[in-house]
Design a protein around this ligand. Sequence first.
Ligand code: MG
Length: 304
Amino acid sequence: MTMDIRIVEVGPRDGLQNEKFPIPLDEKISFVKKLFLAGIQEVELTSLVRSDKIPQLADAKELIQEISQLGYIEKCWVLIPNVKGLEIALKLGLKNFAFFTSASELFNQKNINCSVADSIIRISEATKLLTASTYKTRGYLSMVFGCPYEGSIPFNKTAAIVDQLMHLGMNEISLGDTIGNANPVSVRECIKEVLKILSLKQLAMHFHDTKGLALVNIYESMMLGVTSFDSSAAGLGGCPYAIGATGNVATEDVVYLCEQMKMNTGINLTQLIHSSFDILRLLNKPSFSKVHQYFAKDLVHEKK
Ligand code: MG
């Protein structure tokens, strides 16, 4: 089976936001640069949220400016919390905007302090500013396969939120298994439900490997025709709901799976493994990727 698989590398934002310690700006720049050199096509770079809320991303503006100067900004997604965030993003010359809400009402209340309905209104106020067709938009839904506060959430409820987001003109939707609850059967049910609303090309899956099922969930999604996946180099990120547990599926593992199945990602696995060495050293932790652990022992660690 020959398929082109599109990977959105979320390590610099989703990953580093969920690490305990902030990473210095120059290390982030070097990380992002290495990701692109490894063949990564799209990076979720940072988020324009208040720096007092998320100190790990307090350098968002500086990072955006530095990555712009390197010529990569058109390949970067930035999370936009509201109209003010979008106005800043437009001034900084960004082109790709990610908006977020949740399938879970309770999680949304705890995470962004508003109902799902109010978050959709907030997103609509921002998307109204995006009149040029050169902009791309992505809607994130978290807790699609269950929530620590609300339990399981019916997929038709998720599909209804997806429908609302698509009506706001989103180019694509990313469905997040934020606590690593999905399994291939629930993945199949979920994808069938949302495909009533959008096309395969408009759908990305964002799996967490918290309990080790991310790759089988990705495989199941592929068998249903999904070709876009979010993942994080070295599995950076962790899980805020289970101390020590893994979060985002590791990009290395996804790339290896694709290589073995003769699917094309355009990513060089060896260079990808190298890209997170320095960050892991700073965080003083091993990679969560089994593929990284297996191959890294044969690689010479780059000296700075
Ligand atoms: Mg994630």
